[in-house]
Design a protein around this ligand. Sequence first.
Ligand SMILES: Cc1ncc(COP(=O)(O)O)c(C=O)c1O
Length: 388
Amino acid sequence: MTGSLEPFDLASLITAHDEGNYAEAVVPPIFQTSLFTFSDYDDMIASYRGEKVRPIYTRGLNPTVRMFEEMLAKLEAAEDALGFASGMSAISSAVLSFVEPGDRIVAVNHVYPDAFRLFGTILKRMKVEVTYVDGRDEEAVARALPGAKLFYMESPTSWVMEAHDVGALAALARRHGVVSMIDNSWASPYFQQPLTLGVDLVIHSASKYLGGHSDVVAGVVAGSKVLIGRIKAEAYPYLGGKLSPFDAWLLIRGMRTLPLRMKAHEAAAMTIAKRLQDLDVVEMVCHPGLSNRLPAGLNGTSGLFSFIFREGVDIRAFADHLRLFKLGVSWGGHESLIVPGEVVLQQKAQPNSAQTFGISARSVRLHVGLEGTEALWSDIEAAISAAS
Ligand SMILES: Cc1ncc(COP(=O)(O)O)c(C=O)c1O
């Protein structure tokens, strides 16, 4: 199962800026500035009247951020994209642009925990109701959609790795006149391009695979000019979660190697998932690549998956014995990480999606990084023998 470079144009990803504009520099400059001055009074008034689109103040428009947005729009086959200071800023700004008091959102189970908390706190206070459905059950989704304003998807999800038929769910939303949105962070645009499957808006925590080096927290939303225009008009400037020029520059750097990294994450994680599945101490492995076939439109798998130990394995000893896999949240960078489910279940912040939807206290989430499959597997084997 390998992703194809099509419809990726790797060459344009690598030379994503017009080098001729910047003294033939192979890396674009960073416009690390908060404001841009006007040449004269007429120039200023033309900009204020909207007769000229040009950067005025970085919260509105910054050339480095715009370069990232254009690159990402291309990767997601979108007309436009908007960068944000975090994935959560992208999620909250996008969601808040499409709902008002009295509205209802339909969301799939197991959405990212802070999206779940956003829905259960701020949106609840705004009198926006959220109905949760099993995204694998198209009839349940069809029953929930009538009258909803927004359909919020995440596929595959980021703990139990549920993979949905995104095209079929998007078609249902469209039939009911509901705007559909998906968190595509797990697959990245390299393995899944939801807009081509009929979804209206795609969101990323760019802190994950788009950045790829664990040195940026950022987010992005992509879609049609009309829908992005709606987010751009209010939530983007007024909530103000602007992506910084330096972080946009790091994302541009990271995205150039996205296809290469995704293929390496896929191969290593798939090998480790299959080997775990064969162990007596493992009850179940949650990895979409282990099922008979991936849902249509999901063209490969990433480095994030979870598995459940059988009773009797000391998960604390397993975690503490690992050397290459570090205990740490987030994922999508070069490094391998592990999060035990029993820790997540004890998180104090409420509401807690792991408690609500139920994850196993014997589950462990792995992010398989780029250190090398055999070294990572030896690390796991040694930790398992210390723990069982
Ligand atoms: C699936 C998923 N979506 C969204 C987010 C939120 O992104 P950020 O941390 O960039 O705000 C995360 C972060 O871990 C995530 O895992």
